[in-house]
Design a protein around this ligand. Structure first.
Ligand code: SF4
Length: 327
């Protein structure tokens, strides 16, 4: 039985909306609204959903790069939401993040050696010689060469820059890496190389990833389990194969219908959702998806569906699977 590495319970992240005249709070943008899940050691959990669904904010709130409004985040059984800044800084060597845009996340005025060496210095590797050696080792681990250490970010391609971002995340031997759309900004051919590299590194260093993406086709090959988010809430979560072959939530079904199938003889019927994603500052009552759902019933606009188990490892928040509503 694999150990749990991370437990997220009732996580909320609200951003206040200020009134224009007196600057008083007039409401909240509910970016993450009561999300719970856990991640096992060595697992890759995908978090998927359209832009604005709260997946990136969930990742940043777990690391407290964006302070949660409420909820509990336990890393190796320790509640980290109450840690002070110094204890959190120490813990961050175990919890790293890779960002979407590898160019924006690398300081253009620093050499690669300085960029990758910085987290080593922050966490106590004060010897310049040791840092240099470690940077060279990390560059080789991610498929670059020791001589790249003296170069600047603009001298690399997008894929190479993301490799530098990965090397920086690996510097202090973390246990968990939150990958925030790490391949979205890359060409399709390069995406596959980076995904393969991340998969190899997971095996080599027993890493655990939370892999955030807006596209179910990207997470299909790399993740063990996938959670689908909609308007700040978890709509469905299941083992990857189960989710792709037997999606339960109407939103997941719509997202999956847009994923091209490799079999040219297989024509999946495309589900086009009506309307746009509602604003998280004024989410619909009941099920947040009811304004776009082809199966919406009267109860859907009144009662928020519980996120509950339908079988084995498969969870869904939808009244279609709620025995109390269906009986
Ligand atoms: Fe659709 Fe109702 Fe299920 Fe929401 S609860 S996804 S509106 S059927």
């Amino acid at each position: 039985m694999t150990n749990l590495l991370l437990e997220v319970n009732g996580l909320k992240k609200y951003f206040p909306i200020k009134g224009s005249v007196l600057g008083r709070k007039v409401g909240d943008v509910k970016a993450v609204d009561d999300v719970s899940f856990s991640v096992r050691e060595g697992e890759i959990l995908g978090l998927v959903g359209e832009s604005g669904c709260g997946k990136s904010t969930t990742g940043k709130s777990i690391l407290r790069l964006s302070e949660p409004t409420a909820g509990e985040v336990k890393f190796q059984d320790q509640d980290i939401t109450s840690l002070n800044a110094e204890d959190m800084r120490k813990l961050r060597r175990n919890m790293q993040i890779i960002f979407q845009d590898p160019y924006a996340s690398l300081n253009p005025r620093h050499t690669v050696e300085k960029i990758i060496g910085e987290p080593l210095l922050i966490h106590g590797m004060t010897s310049a010689g040791e840092r240099k050696e470690r940077v060279q080792e990390l560059l080789e681990v991610v498929g670059l060469s020791a001589y790249h250490a003296s170069r600047y970010p603009h001298q690399f391609s997008g894929g190479q820059r993301q490799r530098i971002g990965i090397a920086r995340a690996l510097a202090n031997n973390p246990k968990l890496i939150i990958c925030d759309e790490p391949v979205s900004a890359l060409d399709v051919s390069v995406q596959a190389q980076i995904l393969n590299l991340m998969d190899e590194l997971r095996d080599k260093f027993n890493l655990t990833y939370i892999f955030i993406a807006h596209d179910l086709s990207v997470v299909k090959h790399i993740c063990d389990r996938v959670g689908v988010m909609y308007l700040g809430r978890m709509a469905e979560m299941a083992d990857k194969d189960d989710l792709y072959s037997n999606p339960k939530h109407p939103y997941t079904q719509a997202l999956l219908s847009a994923v091209p199938d490799p079999d040219p003889d297989y024509q999946r019927e495309r589900i086009i959702l009506k309307g746009d994603v509602p604003s998280p500052s004024d989410p619909p009552t009941g099920c947040a998806f009811h304004t776009r759902c082809p199966y919406a019933m009267a109860v859907c606009s009144e009662l928020r569906p519980e996120f509950q188990k339908v079988y084995n490892n498969h969870y869904v928040a939808c009244h279609l699977y709620d025995d109390a509503v269906q009986s």
